[in-house]
Ligand binder design. Sequence first.
Ligand code: G3P
Length: 228
Amino acid sequence: MMMLETPIVIVNFKTYPEATGENAVKLARLILEAGKDHGVSVAVAPQLADIYRVACRVKIPVLAQHVDPVKPGRNTGWITPESVKAAGAVGTLINHAEHKISIDQIASVVARANEIGLSTVACAADIEESREIAKLGPEMIAVEPPELIGTGVSVSKAKPEVVTRSVGAVKEANSKVKVVCGAGITTGDDVARALELGAEGVLLASGIVCAQDQRAAIVDIIRGMLKG
Ligand code: G3P
């Protein structure tokens, strides 16, 4: 199975218009170029409807934002891990703060994704949730305090202890699980700080997607990866 390379910058496109449809392709290209120029691993998580178009046209690892733990067959309207893989995704986010699922469902999605070789980036709100999810063996955990999401106030500066302690809790529960952090990350400095705290990358959205100049924003974030 293809693993996501770390340290990594993962950009979640959420449902922002600036990263929907053709805009998703344009932004994925900018992120790919910036990553290549600086030798930094990158990935994007566009909306479901944009996975195929981004994966076909941009050579960047694509993640789904969510999949359901259902098997192919009689499950109208649900999203199978197989379908996103067939669309070109290499992995999926799980349990994002904006799309929470139960711990049992997280376990099922991780198991289903593992069965078919889909990378798993499971989100956790705090240290405890990070620890619990680590026991399920996802490839990566993204710790994101929900109250900082979309605020421009970086977790790495406002709540550094959440990052360090989540890294500790995850490694103690399962040393193979990688840890990234997110919420409010906007500048290269926020990223460098996250790496110093032990994160193996960042998951971010608004700081790049909603930036006046997306290219400048992504380059700043990528440069932060080199400082950390
Ligand atoms: O998945 C990324 C996320 O929830 C953080 O969002 O806008 O604070 O970077 P943002």
